[in-house]
Ligand binder design. Structure first.
Ligand SMILES: Nc1nc2c(ncn2[C@@H]2O[C@H](COP(=O)(O)OP(=O)(O)OP(=O)(O)O)[C@@H](O)[C@H]2O)c(=O)[nH]1
Ligand SMILES: [K+]
Ligand SMILES: [Mg+2]
Length: 367
């Protein structure tokens, strides 16, 4: 039996097993087995699959990248060409795009790389079509646009999500707050700071047993699911924000459009008629959480023409200095910061580890 077949078998068993007290140990086991098989599909070292796919060879540019995932002919290339001015061929037949087509979008002073990708089909993660290559690129993006055709069934959304989930990509989630601390003895103990509504001790024991963890303190600080626990134990999950781009709204009625607005993290657009694209690019900007920092020479006004663009989580004064030139930090004495991250409206003196916020203004002083 191939890994893909084994996965299918376990998924079927999970689907037909009722969730209750008596089955929770068994379900914990099944979920863990499933996760281990899925790992075989994405890790190249095993013989089970043909590897994760190397992705497409694309030079990466810009401060952040946005990858387009969707079934064929939903309008990915039409959107990408319109956004970037780079032509990515669009046509009425499926699989028009066969490789990654990169383009650049300038927004609020930041250069973003936009990656148009081939359409994927169900079973992509298991090696169908160019699915694995497409997903390998998606794993490296800072934001995913899941492009959906509003004339097609909404079930496509769940299908695509399943493809990405199956290879360890987690959309619009933060890493679960669970700590598994292995010990030498004492068995598995479970503590929780919030009520657990989706998981019980049996499930935790089953999962630990499957992963050969005999002694550990498992501390839950969130109302976790069994999948969350497995994610923490597997440890190789990738958390990426995702915007659901609901395309082709020119082809539906206003009433239908009202329903679409209820889908979280979605933006309805028409890439053909160029409708509501501003809302999409603003949402994109928001989700990328970029930090623009303006430099201010000593005794001169700030230079607002070209910000240094940093990423949230990597926006210290040191990151800022390194982004300008790798030698600056060596001569660093002190920095003056003005803006949201400064304690005082007239600015604050800070060191290299001070964390900057969007639209801050910084003056660096050398030794
Ligand atoms: N009505 C309507 N048609 C659109 C819209 N956007 C794209 N299309 C049409 O949908 C078809 C497919 O568009 P593409 O941009 O090639 O779609 P794709 O997702 O890149 O397709 P593949 O590369 O084959 O996966 C073309 O005939 C487009 O003209 C839209 O907003 N409204
Ligand atoms: K197409
Ligand atoms: Mg295309």
């Amino acid at each position: 039996m191939t890994t893909v077949q084994k996965i299918k078998e376990i998924e079927d068993e999970i689907a037909k097993t009722q969730k209750n007290k008596a089955t929770s140990y068994h379900l914990g086991q099944l979920r863990s087995k499933l996760a281990k098989l899925q790992r075989e599909l994405i890790s190249p070292s095993t013989s089970g699959g043909s590897g994760p796919g190397q992705g497409f060879d694309v030079a990466r540019t810009g401060i952040a990248s946005v990858g387009f995932i969707g079934f064929p002919s939903v309008g990915k290339s039409t959107l990408m060409s319109g956004l970037t001015g780079t032509t990515s061929e669009a046509a009425a037949y499926e699989f028009t795009t066969l490789t990654t087509v990169p383009g650049t979008l300038d927004i609020h002073g930041a250069k973003l790389q936009i990656l148009d990708l081939p359409g994927i089909i169900e079973g992509a993660k298991d090696g169908k079509g160019r699915g694995r290559q497409v997903i390998a690129v998606a794993r490296t993006c800072n934001l995913i646009f899941m492009v959906l055709d509003v004339c097609k069934p909404l079930a496509d959304k769940a299908k695509l999500e399943k493809e990405l989930e199956g290879v360890g990509i987690r959309l619009n989630k933060t890493p679960p707050n669970i700590v598994v601390r292995k010990k030498d003895k004492g068995g598995v103990t479970v503590t929780n700071t919030v009520p657990l509504n989706n998981i019980d001790n049996d499930v935790v024991r089953a999962v630990c047993n499957e992963y050969k963890i005999s002694n550990a303190d498992v501390a839950f600080r969130c109302d976790a699911t069994v999948e969350d626990l497995i994610d923490v134990i597997e440890g190789n999950r990738i958390y990426i924000p995702c915007i659901y781009v609901l395309n082709k709204i020119d082809a539906i009625s206003i009433e239908e459009l009202d329903l679409l607005y209820k889908i979280p993290m979605s933006v309805p657009i028409s890439s053909k008629m160029w409708l509501n694209i501003d809302e999409l690019t603003e949402k994109m900007w928001e989700e990328l959480r970029l930090v623009r920092v303006y430099t201010k020479p000593h005794k001169a006004p700030p230079d607002y023409s070209q910000p240094v663009v940093l990423r949230q989580g990597r926006s210290s004064v040191l990151d800022f200095a390194n982004a300008i030139h790798k030698d600056i930090a060596k001569q660093f004495k002190i920095a003056m910061v003005y803006g949201a991250s400064a304690k005082h409206p007239r600015g604050q003196r800070v060191g290299l580890d001070h964390v900057l916020m969007d639209e801050d203004v910084v003056t660096l002083f050398k030794r």
